[in-house]
Design a protein around this ligand. Structure first.
Ligand SMILES: Cc1cc2nc3c(=O)[nH]c(=O)nc-3n(C[C@H](O)[C@H](O)[C@H](O)COP(=O)(O)OP(=O)(O)OC[C@H]3O[C@@H](n4cnc5c(N)ncnc54)[C@H](O)[C@@H]3O)c2cc1C
Length: 398
C-alpha cells in the first residue's frame, strides 16, 4: 500500500499550547499549516498547567528583577487584548477564572521586601490588597499577614484549547501513537516527513512543538540539534468529599521566607461542579520522588500551616507527576524565554511557559518570514482529527 501524500506550507508537530497558537496564527495569515497530534490535544504539559498568565512577579521574589521577569512582563497585557477579542487571536470565548492571581504571606513581610514590592519596577505588577477589598478567604480576622494582588489572570485552559482548536480543526491530523516518523532526507533542509506506512507530508517548513516528544523526533535526524531537559514536578490535587461543602475558590501563591512560593494554589471545577485545588510551587518541586502517601501527608500539613484559619472540609487527594520539557540549561535551571532553534527549514520549539506561547509564535513567524515562506495552494482530503484530552480534574482522582 502506498502512503497518502499530503501537502502544506508548514507542518507543525504537537498540539499543545505552542503548536495550537502557531497553527492558528499561520492559518489566519493565509498560509496552509497542518498540525499533527499523536495523542490527544493538550494531554502533554498544557492540560497539566495551572493556567496562570505569569507577568514575572513570581520570579522577582528573591528581590532581583531577572531577565526572565522582564521578558515575561508583557505577556499579561498581550493575553488580555486577545481575551477582549482585540488581539491577534480572538480569545473572547475563553473562561477567565480570575482577573488577578494573589500572593500572601502568613507573616508580615520584612521591610526590605515591602520596599522592593513597592519599587517602581514592581509597583505596576503587584499591589497590596486593602482590607475592605479582600476576597472571603482572606477577609477572616485571624489572617494577619500580607496580601498582594498580581497583574496575572488565570485562565481555564480547557476553554482556551477549545477556542484555539475550533477555527482550524480541519487542518489537524491525528496520527497513530505507534507510527514511526522518518525525515526525508535525514539532514536539513528536509523535504518531507514519512509517518508510518500511512502518510507522506511535503512542506516548505517543519516545526517541532511536541514538548517532551521533540527529543524522539530529533533522534531521527543526523545533524547538530538542541538538547532537551526535563524538570519534573509532582503536583497535588484535593477536593471536598461532599459536594455541598466545597473548598473555597482561591488563586494564590503562598510566600514563605524563600525566593520561591511554598505553594501555588489554583481552583478548578470538575465535571460535577466540585472545586478542585491544584497545588504546585515548592511542594511539587520537592515532591518528585515522594510516594503518594508521603506527599499527601506533607500537603495536609502544609495547608494547615499556611491557611491555619480556614476550616477545610474532609478531603479526597490525588497526585500528578509530570515533566516540564525545555531546552537544556546549565544546572537544570529555568530558561528565560520561549526557545526556538532553526536548522534551515526545520525549527525546534519549547515555549517554556504557557504564557509565552504568543512570544514563541512571534519568533517563529519572524523566522518564517525571513525564510520567505509562500502561501501555496493545497487541496487535501478530509483526514482524521485528533480529539481533546479529558481535563485533569476529571481523571486525576480515579
Ligand atoms: C504542572 C505544570 C504547571 C504549569 N503551570 C503553568 C502556568 O500556570 N502558567 C504557565 O505559563 N506555564 C505553566 N506551565 C508550563 C506550560 O504548561 C508549558 O510550558 C506548556 O504547556 C508547553 O506547551 P507545549 O505545547 O510546548 O507542550 P505540550 O503541552 O507538552 O504539548 C506537546 C504535544 O505534542 C504531542 N506530541 C508529542 N510527540 C508527538 C509526535 N511525535 N507527533 C505528534 N504529536 C506529538 C503531545 O501529545 C502533546 O499534545 C506548567 C507546566 C507544568 C508541568
Amino acid at each position: 500500500m502506498s502512503r497518502q501524500l499530503l501537502t502544506t506550507d508548514v507542518v507543525i508537530i504537537g498540539a499543545g499550547i505552542a503548536g495550537l497558537w502557531l497553527h492558528h496564527r499561520l492559518n489566519d495569515l493565509g498560509f496552509h499549516a497542518l498540525l499533527l497530534e499523536n495523542g490527544e490535544i493538550g494531554r502533554g504539559q498544557t492540560l497539566s498547567s495551572q493556567g496562570i498568565i505569569h507577568g514575572g512577579s513570581k520570579y522577582a521574589l528573591n528581590g532581583i528583577l531577572s531577565k526572565a521577569a522582564q521578558v515575561i512582563s508583557s505577556m499579561p497585557n498581550r493575553w488580555k487584548t486577545c481575551l477582549q477579542g482585540q488581539g491577534e487571536i480572538d480569545l473572547s470565548g475563553v473562561k477567565k477564572l480570575t482577573e488577578h492571581q494573589l500572593l500572601w504571606s502568613r507573616d508580615r513581610l520584612s521591610s526590605k521586601m515591602v520596599s522592593f514590592f513597592a519599587s517602581k519596577a514592581l509597583r505596576s505588577r503587584m499591589q497590596p490588597v486593602k482590607k475592605e477589598n479582600r476576597p472571603a478567604i482572606f477577609a477572616d480576622k485571624a489572617f494577619r499577614g500580607a496580601l498582594y494582588q498580581l497583574d496575572e489572570p488565570v485562565l481555564d485552559v480547557v476553554s482556551l484549547l477549545d477556542e484555539l482548536v475550533k477555527p482550524w480543526q480541519k487542518r489537524m491530523l491525528a496520527v497513530s501513537r505507534e507510527a514511526e516518523y522518518q525525515w526525508q532526507p535525514s539532514t536539513s533542509p528536509v523535504s518531507s516527513l514519512l509517518i508510518g506506512e500511512q502518510y507522506e507530508i511535503k512542506a516548505q517548513h517543519f516545526v517541532l512543538t511536541a514538548g517532551e516528544g521533540n527529543e524522539k523526533l530529533l533522534q531521527g535526524l543526523s545533524q547538530p540539534q538542541p538538547e532537551m531537559q526535563r524538570r519534573p514536578l509532582q503536583m497535588v490535587l484535593c477536593k471536598s468529599k461532599q459536594l455541598d461543602k466545597p473548598l473555597p475558590v482561591i488563586y494564590a501563591h503562598s510566600l514563605g521566607s524563600g525566593s520561591k512560593p511554598i505553594a501555588t494554589i489554583s481552583s478548578h471545577k470538575d465535571k460535577q461542579g466540585n472545586v478542585v485545588w491544584y497545588i504546585g510551587g515548592n511542594i511539587a518541586e520537592e515532591g518528585v520522588n515522594k510516594s503518594h502517601t508521603q506527599l499527601v501527608a506533607e500537603a495536609r500539613a502544609l495547608l494547615a500551616d499556611i491557611l491555619p484559619w480556614v476550616a477545610l472540609p474532609e478531603l479526597e487527594w490525588a497526585t500528578h507527576a509530570v515533566n516540564r520539557a525545555e531546552p537544556k540549561q546549565s544546572s537544570l535551571t529555568r530558561p528565560d524565554s520561549a526557545f526556538i532553534s532553526s536548522y534551515d527549514n526545520l525549527h525546534v520549539c519549547w515555549p517554556t511557559k504557557l504564557a509565552l506561547a504568543p512570544d514563541l509564535a512571534d519568533q517563529m513567524l519572524a523566522a518564517l518570514e525571513s525564510a520567505d515562506l509562500k502561501a501555496g495552494d493545497h487541496h487535501n482530503p478530509d483526514y482524521p482529527q485528533p480529539s481533546m484530552a479529558e481535563p485533569l480534574w476529571d481523571r486525576a482522582f480515579s
